[in-house]
Design a protein around this ligand. Structure first.
Ligand SMILES: Cc1ncc(COP(=O)(O)O)c(C=O)c1O
Length: 357
């Protein structure tokens, strides 16, 4: 606390990111990174962008990142997107932040699940947006009919985090059609691990904004690239906020690497299927140890053990150099959120759990 702080700073409750430990030889299953490296084509494009002597880095990047917007539109060529329907930002967190300010700040509360990505309430605090939490049902499932209330916008992560639960595209469409006067934001950070993208719907519904990231399925969390797809009017709102805040959110290396990653669909297919296969084995192994595991369409699973306290399990795993995420929050404090690692990492997790149990 300080009298130098603005009243806003006094009132904030900032987001706490998952730990990025500096130790080596950890089994790091706490922040939903991809266990595989990014596309070799992305790595080559980044190296090429720097060049021999780094001279291009003297120059500012393209503030519109046109090359990347085109690569995103091309990636989804079956949905016939124009680059004007694409917004790009410094990680999807930044894209989400701009969406809160540009599209979700109205004079009615926004609706969001009671258990969801914990950054959403933080943006509400930062931008002074009133929100109403809609409880997940007893199976930790979002029921879209529960959202039939007056609102200034709706935000849902699909698959939801940290539960991993997937809403079918039909439910998303029902939500979007039930609220034609509000923007419905669908955060698809994890959709490549088992869902159908709502980008299929953006040319039919002017009020749908889909936000995605290259941090998970494209294995580029360290590069910080996210994007949004929607009607050009929604995208213009995001551009107006962005150009009032930071004209160059993506550097030259990020634009080059992300565009090449989006173009390498073959590599994406290979790695996302590897993660999904490991997930199936991990779920089986955890169930054999007595865990209740929620069905997951993400690169993580959410699991609890009926006989062992969640926070103790997380601490015991940590002592064995395995880091998973535990949230001290109502309804979910017995769960562990476990990122899908390589087969070897998941085997080390199971071995550690066998010791603990
Ligand atoms: C649901 C969800 N949305 C968005 C993000 C942010 O991703 P990034 O800022 O790395 O693009 C995360 C990160 O974990 C997430 O879980």
């Amino acid at each position: 606390m300080s009298h130098f702080w603005s009243p806003l700073v006094h009132s904030l409750t900032p987001y706490v990111p998952g730990e990025q430990p500096k130790l080596s030889n950890l089994v790091k299953l706490n922040t939903n990174e991809n266990p595989y490296p990014p596309s070799p084509r992305a790595v080559a494009a980044m190296q090429q962008e720097i060049g021999e002597d780094g001279t291009t880095i003297r120059l500012y990047p393209d503030p519109n990142a046109d090359h990347l917007k085109q690569a995103v539109a091309d990636h989804f060529s079956e949905f016939c997107l124009a680059p004007e329907q694409v917004f790009v930002g410094n990680g999807s967190d930044e894209v989400l932040a701009h969406a809160f300010m540009a599209l979700l700040k109205h004079d009615k509360p926004i609706l969001l699940p009671d258990i969801t990505y914990s950054f959403y309430p933080v943006y509400c605090g930062l931008y002074d947006i009133e929100s109403l939490s809609i409880p997940l049902d007893e199976h930790f499932v979002i029921r879209v009919d529960d959202y039939n209330k007056e609102n200034g916008g709706i935000i849902i992560a699909n698959p939801n985090a940290p539960t991993g639960h997937l809403l079918p595209l039909g439910d998303i469409e029902r939500l979007v059609t039930a609220h034609p006067q509000s923007v419905v934001v669908i955060d698809e950070a994890y959709i490549d691990f088992g869902g159908e993208t709502a980008i299929a719907l953006v040319n039919r519904y002017r009020n749908l904004l889909v936000i995605r990231t290259l941090s998970k399925s494209h294995a580029l969390a360290g590069l910080r690239v996210g994007y949004a797809v929607g009607h050009a009017v929604l995208i213009e709102a995001l551009e107006r906020i962005k150009n009032s805040f930071n004209s160059y959110p993506l550097d030259r290396i990020a634009i080059a690497g992300a565009a090449a990653a989006m173009a390498d669909k073959e590599y994406l297919e290979k790695t996302r299927h590897a993660v999904m296969a490991t997930r199936a084995t991990l779920v089986d192994n955890l169930r054999q140890l007595g865990f209740e595991v929620l069905p997951s369409a993400a690169n993580f699973i959410f699991a609890r053990h009926p006989a062992h306290d969640g926070s103790r399990l997380a601490a015991e795993l940590r002592q064995r150099s395995v880091i998973v995420r535990h949230f001290k929050l109502p309804r979910i404090d017995q769960f562990l959120r476990i990122t899908i690692g390589t087969d070897d990492q998941c085997n080390r997790l199971i071995a550690a759990l066998k010791e603990v149990l």
